[in-house]
Design a protein around this ligand. Structure first.
Ligand code: GDP
Ligand code: MG
Length: 204
């Protein structure tokens, strides 16, 4: 299967992005494989730029599906060489997007399958839970785990994320494994009718 995506726009602030009726966002630390996964799902080599230099994708990148739904590649977190002031800026950018973006249906939190969740991944998961932002964990680079270790690693990673094993998607962008289930889930969300209602403070 192929997720039909075309690049639409990039922005530093989510308010500058075009509206979306239904959106799925990809987050994770720099180098976890966000761009590679989007390219693999779309079956295009250069749709989302794959960078050997972590931390370079500093923009919110928006891609559109024929349904009208959209997919977003968020800037990666946790790149040590970035100055604190820039880190704070990125955090505000990502948090603003996650809390305020209308039409957001689901956040895919990418975790390196070979390494397991980092402290920052766990912090992101805690924050998403506490903020009641719908999310799912996707373990990347499954090809880097020895087949004999995979069953144990699946258990460990899910437990570390405080999830059931069956709730974690495992994918390899390079070997193109595990993509069909993920794609079916994404298409289901992008094709779905307009956004979940956001609860607003009641006017008095
Ligand atoms: N072995 C392996 N390497 C991968 C996979 N996905 C991404 N990578 C590599 O991980 C590095 C970071 O990938 P990238 O997609 O740019 O990560 P991003 O910073 O999260 O967008 C690149 O060198 C990729 O080639 C995968 O499924 N398997
Ligand atoms: Mg990237």
């Amino acid at each position: 299967m192929t997720l039909r995506l075309r690049y639409v726009a990039s922005a530093t602030r989510h308010r500058d992005l075009p509206d979306s009726p239904a959106e799925v966002a990809v987050v994770g630390r720099s180098n976890v494989g966000k761009s590679s996964l989007i390219n693999a799902l779309a079956n295009q080599r250069q749709l989302a730029r794959v960078s050997g230099t972590p931390g370079r994708t500093q923009l919110i990148n928006l891609f559109a599906h024929p349904s009208g739904g959209t997919l977003v590649d968020l800037p990666g977190y946790g790149y040590a060489a970035v100055p604190n002031r820039a880190k704070a800026g990125w955090q505000a950018m990502i948090e603003g997007y996650l809390l305020e973006r209308r039409g957001l249906q689901l956040v895919l939190v990418l975790v390196d399958g070979a390494i397991g969740p980092t402290k920052l991944d766990l912090r992101m998961l805690d924050w998403l839970r506490a903020s009641a932002v719908p999310h799912t964990v996707v373990a990347t680079k499954a090809d880097q785990v020895k087949p004999s270790k995979l069953a144990g690693r699946r258990q460990q990673l899910a437990a570390a994320c405080r999830l059931d094993e069956g709730d974690v998607y495992w994918v390899s962008a390079s070997k193109r494994t595990g993509l069909d289930n993920l794609e079916a889930m994404i298409v289901n969300l992008l094709g779905s009718p307009p956004p979940r209602a956001r609860s607003m403070p009641s006017a008095r």
